[in-house]
Design a protein around this ligand. Sequence first.
Ligand SMILES: *Cc1c(COP(=O)(O)O)cnc(C)c1O
Length: 403
Amino acid sequence: MSDKNYSRATFDEVMVPNYNPATIIPEKGQGSRVWDQDGNEYIDFAGGIAVTALGHNHPAMVAALKDQADKIWHLSNVFTNKPALELAEKLTSATFADKVFFCNSGGEANEAAFKLVRKYANDNYPDQGKNEIIAFKQSFHGRTLFTVCVGGQPKYTEGFEPLPQGITHGEFNNIDSLKALISDKTCAVVMEPVQGEGGIIPADPEFARQVRELCDQHNALLVFDEVQTGVGRTGNLYAYQGLGVTPDILTTAKAMGGGFPIGAMLTTDKIAKSMGVGTHGSTYGGNPLACAVSNAVIDTINTPEMLNSVKAKGARISARLAEIGEKYDVFSGVRGEGLLIGAVLNEKWQGKARQFLEAGWSNGVMVLVAGMNVVRLAPALNITDEEIDAGLERFEKAIASIA
Ligand SMILES: *Cc1c(COP(=O)(O)O)cnc(C)c1O
């Protein structure tokens, strides 16, 4: 690599303008601390959008990557490989699932799931027009054309017409709304156990239970998009385990690779049969480097100590955030599950979430937004109490600077 120091201006010159990144350019990280190319330090409450679940430069991940880098990088689906088989065995033994399909992102995992629910209905209920997918308003399922359509945010489909058909949206946490939409034409209901991008809105357990019941009554599959909630984020390996409602298909990505791109769709033997040889695929899916890293991530996160610590750390952050919100009169409440936390802006601050993000950068702390009215925190699951307290102190300064 060259020694040239780049700036945000270069981004505007050479990148498609679909993002609006910060002017600071991070260069290295250790645990939940990050340094930019000018040497400024930040506490990372953003976690690469719920991805770097073990923080930066975690020794187990680095060792797994280096070890695999010396062996073999890529084979394609013409061959299988040990890291992929080991990871699939791990995921199936830790969940309801019997079978795994590997891909490279959350959007791809959902694309596979949404294709599979159509195919399964076609195979098992032929010629009955059983092809309708019901999802929920404000939901987010990825950026491919099919997944933006299943997602419940019209701003992501506008201008991309003609759109895939057979998709409707109910109101999240409103079972009557789903009752009005579901029928024997429904092939699947899709939901996030906690709506992430939509504003950190946890599913009411009773709502989730009734969704499961309605799906069973109408022979519709239940798909949980756990791309953001999965791999320990809520204090369970997967959020469905805490909700007590088991889906038929689960998608996972983000934290699964801890920063290395990987995603997966998990399902049962019965449903997996509809994805026979040649029906779907991905060149990189099950890539040995990605799977080797993911094995290290799952091994490190799926321990009682790590999972139990998530709720305690989440509570520590939420309590302090609520205090800060009260002191400066900026939040109407703090909600979420485990280390997926949303501070909801009050009336006075509607539409201004990005100001909090930017004030954070100026004060040495990285946070996220979820929409325009919620400040989101999704730190590493192994963040220390020292890092939490230092980061919140900086975030309080950030808020003081704008409030
Ligand atoms: C981030 C996210 C996705 C999309 O994942 P990509 O890896 O960006 O394709 C899908 N669903 C949910 C719930 C997400 O949070």
